[in-house]
Design a protein around this ligand. Sequence first.
Ligand code: 4NP
Length: 153
Amino acid sequence: MVCLGNICRSPLAEGILQKKAAEAGLDWTVESAGTNGYHTGEAPHLLSQKVAKRNGIDISRQVSRRFKSEDFDQYDKIYAMADDVALEIKRIGGQKFSDTKVDYFLNELEPGKNGNVPDPWYGEEDGYTEVYELIDKACDAIIKNYLANNSKN
Ligand code: 4NP
């Protein structure tokens, strides 16, 4: 789960998908990172923490880190929250970049649309609530699509 700062959107996606995967009995490692590194070492934004907590998810112990090319070695799937993030994932990935591993996060909800999760960074709490709900829906779609594509029948 990758956004710009790794303090607003992707920490929510990490917390939400970790919870949903565990509930679905899927043994996934779900992590998040940011492409710009401006907030490395920081906890998620207090409003992201607040909306997550309101929904029963504790993201307070997450620590912002920068996306790195080695993430292509470690992860099967890399989700970009927006256009600018997708471009940076390609640049930072360099020789390790793998097109088949990267997708827009919202393509799980609306395939092929390359939609952007709005950046709530400059806004008020309402923006964080809307972003939470959108990310929650996309995480449901990730699990649903995975189960549909990987069922044995
Ligand atoms: P995020 O939001 O990418 O959802 O974590 C942002 C947070 C900080 C900045 C940009 C986006 N920033 O440039 O500091």
